[in-house]
Design a protein around this ligand. Structure first.
Ligand code: GLU
Length: 472
């Protein structure tokens, strides 16, 4: 191993090649799957204060084997062409793995959002959208952006509004972007979706005694300890839901300002409020601050959750990892070099393309909702509710007993949109893990979950290309 660190894109490439070697697809087909189909780099001027700034931005469509292409938009001063390409590539495999019928894409705007006012950010977002429309890089059947690092529902609302101004009267225009505010054609449950998906994925891992045994752990997620790097949208909901619904103990949290620790466990919801008020996680009651911010990597715990940016666990710090499982909530948090070190140490990595697929899964539900022009649950909720009431009443009549109002209300409830979204997400995460395990068991020399996930995804994309007749 040389001293040079593999870049994010190189890491994705190496992981692809490792997995591709286990498949029997022709070389040309594998090459077509691997490359980015369209890379659009733009530079546009935006007036900030009294001066013009030239903003560098990208949209990359990795694969058109299914349309539209899909993936978030990142606002960060680290954005560059290679990064967006790597992220777009991962989207293709992510969508294939969880059976979301999209090709992969990703966008990036090279700005540090904290340095701009909301009005300036709106100007930049709207101008970026105009560029996408101009080049036909956005549309319900073409390419559908969503939030990513540094963006959220607010930016998606600006994108939608700009798109609709330019495409007045387009019937399905609401489906041109996902992750929108619920009041503006969004869907209940999208904000928490990635974190909730991470929780479902982890819970599924712990449901298999055989998988837990590999890392010397007892089955069941309850009581497991967790350290989270990054308290953004993904880290926050992963922690909050894992505590609330899984009985996990979060013992460490790391953010830009430092890393905190508590053996008793940290209440993530309270920590989130505290950070909003004080601007920092440091000195949160009941916690200690570690000497170095980077010490999150060496904290002893069952599950380490990198939930921020790529390449956070790399050749320089991988040796220090003491966790038994790395749960990749972020995209590409472990470099290919670090992976070799971690696997040699017997650490299990639950890969990003599976574990953080909850976001795009619920984006898919939002897109379907927009295309069908009806809220989930609207048609069947009352019918279901009335049927359940009839069943309960019949049981009461037959037994001559009443079950009481509280139970009755619980048993006869019809599903709301958020219930259906969660149910669809849970099913998706459970089924995708089953598929990864199946590949893992079937392929003799595959020894890690990332390779198994990659093989599963590559096979699906390959069969789509073959069905299209592109490779006779
Ligand atoms: N940015 C998220 C991801 O990396 C979500 C993408 C989407 O919803 O399209 O998966």
């Amino acid at each position: 191993m040389s001293n040079k660190q593999a870049s994010f894109y190189q890491s994705v490439d190496r992981n692809f090649e490792k997995a591709a070697a286990f498949t029997k697809h022709p070389k040309g087909l594998l090459e077509q799957i691997k490359v980015c189909n369209a890379v659009y780099q733009m530079n546009f001027p935006v007036k900030i204060g009294s001066t013009y700034q030239v903003i560098e931005a990208y949209r990359v469509q990795h694969s058109h084997h299914r349309l539209p292409t899909k993936g978030g938009i990142r606002f960060s001063h680290l954005v560059n062409s290679e990064e967006v390409k790597a992220l777009a590539t991962l989207m293709t495999y992510k969508c294939a793995l969880v059976d979301v019928p999209f090709g992969g894409a990703k966008g990036g705007v090279r700005i540090s959002p904290r340095e701009y006012t909301p009005e300036q950010l709106e100007k930049i977002t709207r101008r970026y959208t105009v560029e996408l429309v101009r080049k036909n890089f956005i549309g319900p059947g073409v390419d559908v952006p969503a939030p990513d690092y540094g963006t959220g529902a607010r930016e998606m609302a600006w994108i939608l509004d700009t798109y609709q101004q330019l495409r007045n009267g387009e019937l399905d225009s609401a489906a041109c972007v996902t992750g929108k505010p619920v009041a503006q054609n969004g869907i209940n449950g999208r904000t928490e979706a990635t974190g909730r998906g991470v929780f479902y994925g982890l819970r599924e891992f712990f449901n298999y005694p055989e998988d837990c045994k590999k890392v010397g752990m007892k089955p069941g997620i309850e009581g497991k300890t967790m350290v989270i790097q990054g308290l953004g949208n993904v880290g926050y909901y992963t922690g909050a839901i894992s505590i609330e619904e899984g009985g996990v103990k979060v013992i460490g949290v790391s953010e830009l300002e430092g890393t905190i620790y508590s053996e008793e466990g940290i209440d993530i919801v309270k920590l989130g409020k505290y950070r909003k008020e004080t601007g920092s996680i440091l000195n949160f009651p009941g916690t200690k601050t570690l000497a170095n911010r980077d010490d999150w990597v060496s904290m002893e715990c069952d599950i380490l959750v990198p939930a921020a940016l790529e390449s956070q666990i790399n050749k320089s710090n991988a040796k220090k990892v003491k966790a038994k499982i790395i749960a990749e909530a972020a995209n590409g948090p472990v470099t290919a070099d670090a992976e070799l070190i971690l696997l040699a140490k017997g650490i299990v990595i639950i890969p990003d393309m599976y574990l953080n697929a909850g976001g795009v899964t619920v984006s898919y539900f939002e897109w379907l909702k927009n295309l069908s022009h009806v809220r989930y649950g609207r048609i069947e909720k009352r019918f279901d509710q009335n049927s359940y009431v009839n069943i309960v009443s019949a049981v009461e009549k037959l037994t001559g007993k009443s079950i009481g109002m509280k139970e009755k209300n619980f048993l006869t409830r019809g599903a709301d949109e958020v219930d259906l979204v969660r149910s669809g997400l849970e099913e998706t995460m459970v089924e995708a893990y089953r598929q990864i395990r199946e590949t893992y068991k079937r392929k003799k020399n595959v020894t890690d979950l990332r390779t198994a996930a990659f093989i599963t995804a590559i096979n699906k994309v390959a069969s789509d290309y073959l069905a299209l007749g592109v490779f006779p």
